[in-house]
Design a protein around this ligand. Sequence first.
Ligand code: BTN
Length: 267
Amino acid sequence: MIIKHLEDLRLIILDEVDSTNTYLKNNFDSLEDGSCVAALKQTAGRGRVGRKWLTGDGNNIAFSFKASKLKEPFHGGVLLGLASLLMLREVCPEGKFFFKWPNDIYALDLTGTSALKLSGILSEAVWEKGALKGVVSGIGINVNFSEKELENAGQPAISLSIIKKSKFDVIFLVEKLAKFLKECYIKYDCNFQEVLDLWKEENRLIGQIIEAVTPTGEAHVGVFKDILPDGAMLLEETGVEFRFDCGDIKLNTKRIDFKQLEREKKL
Ligand code: BTN
């Protein structure tokens, strides 16, 4: 285990753990607010709705942080998403990254005509006697996975090294991410609305025609109108507005003209 104090930021880097989210939840009371944990290997990495998350062996980012000062639990994902986007853009300026509601980061593939999952976030509320104590948010970012390794990801995915055409030092990225996260958290503490507005702006699918599929297979095709203050997605389908909560809604992007989005400087 390495414990880094980057100025007053606590970052614990573990060689191996079951899940960085589980680690933080188990050690919630003893770790200070804003503490970050990363692991080179997760043996039981968890995704949303009970899915598994593959981290590989030192190849990818598995990173979680503890937040006790959030206005809403979903803001943990907002902060971690924004910090990750800043880190990704700094280390890979040629990449075209954007948020895909509710909690993913997508990247354009090498043809620029479609987008693939680069990263996912799992936020978990921590409760004590019915009261919210805080949130643990964890992000997995595919960094050095090859196309072959991504075949096991369970959904079409891309890695940073595929975009950059070279491998990355994962610890270097993790340290950068922790620093950006600290900055975002401080900014949030001063003016949370500003941070939320920034996050919403990076949700580049707002205004696009998308297909939302519910866990029961019900499909809605319509315009992604907005993200509501509680994090829900508003979709307008033939004049009727539908609200989707941050459950496991699949967002299909195949109708989106990504080249057009690039021309409009939205990517
Ligand atoms: C998803 O897209 O389903 C969310 C994936 C979240 C994975 C990260 S990796 C770090 C943290 N630890 C976990 O067990 N899960 C999250």
